[in-house]
Write a protein that binds this ligand. Structure first.
Ligand SMILES: [Ca+2]
Ligand SMILES: [Ca+2]
Ligand SMILES: [Zn+2]
Ligand SMILES: [Zn+2]
Length: 570
């Protein structure tokens, strides 16, 4: 019923104000240097009872329903008396203030802090006493405020599926979403290119931690674009909710669609330590559009109030898990995965062995931070950018031969291989022995077929295991030849611990992890861990090199997520 009343109202708004709400800007200089920014309008400070009532109502702290009515005509529902004191206490508790219920100076100061326009969510009240369910008539449950994290007025309708107790809900079922920064609603404070770059980066940050992909769409009709963003001042963009001038509300988001920024705010690029970071606000509002409600957890990007810029701004562990609860974690196959070993001297001159974990897919790669259990901030990046002189896409395998005499790293693709110079960070064209690269696999590793599925080096046995379809070739690096009894069936060299639970053929990657002190066979979105010495000490019945049952890669290595190809270079 609510939706059917409001939909025509909004439609009228759009018809009445189809274009920008500001008068036309006229420029005389080509570089716009004659553009005089219009004076900022200040938001009315919240200083009295009436303004505080309006605040509590507008941001969901009072009333039984989502208190702020999106219709611009009606007066807001204002709490009075006991209900006002209750609303104030709730607000105070969430803001870590003494819950006095009084509108004291600290409470008013908290209300005046810059904040997002989306109402806050309240924890659900205790469960009602259980009454026996009556089968008829069916009564639609009233929508309670914690189920309305975003502004409830949506031109594309209400999508109640997938709600969880915390108020989070999956907003989109497709995996690639289009977005557009409205050309008629750009900020007057940053260049158009900078605004687009910042918004693209904000979308990329969500795609780095979810299976979602975001694509800027400048061509499709407006109605076909999933997420539209624009800046406005006061009454803006036909939106039923006016902005309040400089201060307080800096942006708002409509569920399933639009994001508006208050252009009376001082928006700044991520490099600035002044004003309000457009990147941070954009990431927050995109979070709403995707279905996340506010949270008062310190460190979360979904806090309703603006927190000043920190040197590192990233989606933290809990924010990642919250969005992954809605959209799932990232799945996918890898071309190869390996640990890159470096010897470094520490401050006492001792040689330290350090390693970094890399996952390669197509033409990009991720560095994995085992200690933090996530990919490096800002990954993936292009192989072309991070690795010099090796093929730019679809690497088959990587091997690090490491003996007392040798310390050599090789990449394999097709029927060739490349040796990589760790010190110079580029592939050798010619190494210290006068060998030139790339070389044919059949020349450097006699008896080894190509193209390979994968390979790994067993340091103790001084063997490389090369994998091709269902076969394994054990290659002696000292004698430079395949061991006599090889090739063998993969099921023979790496037998299944649980019968039939085995990749059988065509593994993507055999990954020797130093962090886990184990080898993993990766295929598709699954992995099999190879039995190691420690496993055998605990359970002597385990077969040597046995494969533990299959598990999902995404349950062991988190946030290895693709981003849209257009943002790969950001
Ligand atoms: Ca404002
Ligand atoms: Ca491979
Ligand atoms: Zn918000
Ligand atoms: Zn708006």
């Amino acid at each position: 019923l609510t939706a059917s009343i409001f939909r025509p109202t909004l439609l009228l708004c759009w018809l009445a104000a189809p274009g920008p709400t500001q008068p036309e800007s006229l420029f005389h200089s080509r570089d716009h240097s004659d553009l005089e920014p219009s004076p900022l309008r200040q938001a009315q400070p919240i200083a009295d009872l009436h303004a505080a009532q309006r605040f509590l109502s507008r941001y969901g702290w009072s009333g039984a329903q989502a208190a702020w009515g999106p219709s611009p005509e009606g007066p807001p529902e204002t709490p009075k008396g006991t209900s006002l004191a209750q609303a104030v206490r709730r607000f105070q508790r969430a803001n870590a203030l003494p819950a006095s219920g009084e509108l004291d100076a600290a409470t008013l100061a908290a209300m005046n802090r810059p904040r997002c326009g989306v109402p806050d969510t309240r924890p659900p009240p205790p469960a009602a006493p259980r009454v026996p369910p009556s089968p008829l008539p069916r009564v639609r449950p009233r929508r309670s405020p914690w189920m309305l994290p975003s502004l409830s007025l949506s031109r594309r309708g209400w999508q109640p599926r997938g709600f969880t107790d915390g108020g989070a809900a999956q907003a989109f079922s497709k995996r690639t979403l289009s977005w557009r920064l409205l050309g008629e609603a750009l900020s007057s404070q940053l260049s158009a290119a900078e605004q687009r770059r910042i918004v693209a980066l904000a979308f990329r940050m969500w795609s780095e931690v979810t299976p979602l992909d975001f694509r800027e769409d400048l061509a499709a009709p407006g109605a076909a674009v999933d997420i539209k963003l624009g800046f406005g001042r006061g009454r803006h963009l036909g939106c039923p909710r006016a902005f309040d001038g400089s201060g307080q509300e800096f942006a708002h988001a409509w569920r399933l669609g639009d994001i508006h920024f208050d252009d009376d705010e001082h928006f700044t690029p991520p490099t600035s330590d002044m004003g309000i970071s457009l990147l941070k606000v954009a990431v927050h509002e995109i979070g709403h559009v995707l279905g996340l409600p506010h949270t008062y957890r310190t460190g979360s990007i979904m806090q309703p109030n603006y927190t000043p810029q920190e040197p590192v701004f990233e989606l933290d562990w809990a924010d990642r898990k919250a969005i992954q609860k809605l959209y799932g974690s990232c799945e996918g196959t890898f071309d190869t995965a390996f640990d890159w070993i470096r010897k470094e001297r520490n401050q006492y001159g001792e040689v330290m062995v350090r390693f970094s974990t890399y996952f390669f897919r197509n033409s990009w790669y991720w560095l994995y931070e085992n200690r933090n259990n996530r990919t490096r901030y800002g990954d993936p990046i292009q192989i072309l950018v991070g690795w010099h002189g090796i093929p730019a896409h679809s690497i088959d395998a990587f091997v690090h031969i490491w003996t007392w005499r040798r310390d050599e790293r090789y990449f394999f693709k097709g029927n060739q291989y490349w040796r990589y110079d760790s010190d110079k960070d580029q592939a050798f064209t010619e190494d210290e022995q006068g060998k030139s690269y790339p070389k044919l696999i059949s020349e450097g590793f006699p008896g080894i077929p190509s193209p390979l599925d994968t390979a790994f080096y067993d340091r103790r046995k001084k063997l490389i295991y090369f994998f091709k379809e269902s076969l394994v070739f054990a290659f002696d690096v000292n004698r430079n030849r395949v061991l006599d009894s090889y090739p063998k069936k993969m099921t023979e060299v790496f037998p299944a611990v649980t019968p039939q639970d085995h990749p059988f053929r065509n593994v993507d990657s055999a990954y020797h992890s130093y962090a886990h002190n184990s080898v993993f066979l990766l295929k598709g979105n699954a992995y099999w861990k190879v039995v190691n010495d420690k496993d055998k000490q605990k359970n002597s019945w385990l077969p040597t090199n046995g494969l533990f049952p299959k598990k999902f890669i995404s349950e062991k290595w988190f946030d290895v997520c693709d981003v849209h190809i257009s943002t790969l270079n950001m």
